[in-house]
Design a protein around this ligand. Structure first.
Ligand code: GSH
Length: 319
C-alpha cells in the first residue's frame, strides 16, 4: 500500500486504522458535470475518461452505469492491472488491462499528480478525468454514477436509475447499505483486533439478513424498478462468495445461502450488459494477491464454483 504526500509517492503508508478498525479516507476530487454549463464541467461526448480497476467494487459501479446508460462511446475507459502492490494501481501486461491512452500513465498515481502536483491522499479507483482541462473531475463512485445517470441528457440514452418518485428512497438505501455492507466487508477483512472484526461482521450479517427480508416482498431494493441502489449493492454481492467470504472472513453465511439475495444477485447479473463488466479473474487475483497482511502466501483459491446464469425466479417478486 502507498499514498501520495505533497505530490510524492510514499510506500510506507499502511491501511488507515484506528484501534484495529479500518477507516476509509474521504475522496478529494468532487467536481460536478452539468448539462447546462452551470459547473466547470459541461456534459459533452468524448470529453471525459474513466479509470477503473476491474477488481474494485466502487469502480465496478461506474463501469456498470457507463455501460447501461449507453455512454461507452462518449466516455473512454482505461483499466489497471489486478495487482496492487507497493506502487499502487498500475498498467502492465495482463489480460483485461486497458492501457492509458489519454495520459500515458504507467501508474495511476501519475494521473493524480497531473491533476494536482501537490496531491496528498490515497490513489483510488474510480477516477473520472476531464481531457479538456487535464484534471480529475471526481473520484467518488457514488457521485460518478449519479452524474452518468442524471447529467448527460441525450448523450446517455439508457434507462433512468434515479426516477423522481423514488429519489428519497434510493438515497436512503445507498446510505443504509454503505457502512454495514459495502464498507463492512473491508472493515471485517482489514480489522486487526478480534473486537473490531466481530463488530464489523455482526453489522454486516445483520444488514444482509435485513435486505434478505426486504427482498422477499420486492424484486429490487427500492421496489419493482432497478435503481442506482441496486448497482451500488451488486458489486459487493457478486464478490461476496468468491472473496469476502474466504479472504475477508465474512463467513457466517454465503450469498448462495440466502434464497432472496441469491436470486436477486442472479437477476442483476443477467441484466443485459452487466455480465460483461465483471472480471472474476481480476477480482480474485487482486484480493488474494494484493493484501499480503491478510494472505501472506498470495495463493488464489480455485473455488468456489458459482453459477450466476441459472434461473433467478425473481419475476414473481415483482410489484
Ligand atoms: N470512496 C471511494 C472509494 C474508492 C476506493 O477505496 N477504491 C479502492 C479500490 S477497491 C482503492 O483504489 N484503494 C487504493 C488505496 O486505498 O490505496 C469510492 O467509492 O469511489
Amino acid at each position: 500500500m502507498g499514498m501520495m504526500v505533497d505530490g510524492t509517492w510514499k510506500t510506507e503508508a499502511d491501511i488507515p486504522r484506528e484501534n484495529g478498525r479500518f477507516r476509509r479516507s474521504t475522496t478529494s476530487f468532487r467536481g460536478w458535470i452539468s448539462p447546462d454549463g452551470s459547473t466547470d464541467f459541461p456534459a459533452e461526448a468524448g470529453r471525459y475518461h474513466l479509470y477503473v480497476a476491474w477488481a474494485c467494487p466502487w469502480a465496478h459501479r461506474t463501469a456498470i452505469l457507463r455501460r447501461l446508460k449507453g455512454l461507452e462511446d462518449a466516455i473512454g475507459l482505461s483499466a489497471v492491472g489486478s495487482f496492487m502492490g507497493d506502487d499502487g494501481w498500475a498498467f502492465y501486461d495482463e489480460p483485461g488491462v486497458i492501457p492509458d491512452a489519454v495520459n500515458g500513465a504507467h501508474f495511476l498515481r501519475e494521473v493524480y499528480a497531473k491533476a494536482d502536483p501537490g496531491y496528498t491522499g490515497r490513489v483510488t479507483t474510480p477516477v473520472l478525468w476531464d481531457k479538456e482541462q487535464g484534471t480529475i473531475v471526481n473520484n467518488e463512485s457514488r457521485e460518478i454514477i449519479r452524474m452518468m445517470d442524471t447529467e448527460f441528457g441525450g448523450i446517455a440514452p439508457g434507462p433512468d436509475f434515479y426516477p423522481e418518485d423514488l429519489r428519497g428512497e434510493i438515497d436512503a438505501t445507498i446510505d443504509a447499505i454503505y457502512e454495514p455492507i459495502n464498507n463492512g466487508v473491508y472493515r471485517s477483512g482489514f480489522a486487526t483486533t478480534q473486537e473490531a472484526y466481530e463488530e464489523a461482521v455482526t453489522e454486516l450479517f445483520d444488514a444482509l439478513d435485513h435486505w434478505e427480508d426486504v427482498l422477499s416482498t420486492r424484486r429490487y431494493l427500492c421496489g419493482d424498478r432497478v435503481t442506482e441502489a441496486d448497482w451500488c449493492l451488486f458489486p459487493t454481492l457478486v464478490r461476496f462468495d468468491a472473496v469476502y467470504h474466504g479472504h475477508f472472513k465474512c463467513n457466517l453465511r454465503r450469498v448462495v445461502d440466502y434464497p432472496n439475495l441469491w436470486g436477486y444477485l442472479r437477476d442483476l447479473y443477467q441484466y443485459p450488459g452487466v455480465a460483461e463488466t465483471i472480471n472474476m479473474d481480476h477480482i480474485k487475483r487482486h484480493y488474494y494477491r494484493s493484501h499480503e497482511s491478510v494472505n501472506p502466501t498470495r495463493i488464489v483459491p480455485r473455488g468456489p464454483v458459482l453459477d450466476f446464469s441459472g434461473p433467478h425466479g425473481r419475476e414473481r417478486s415483482s410489484g
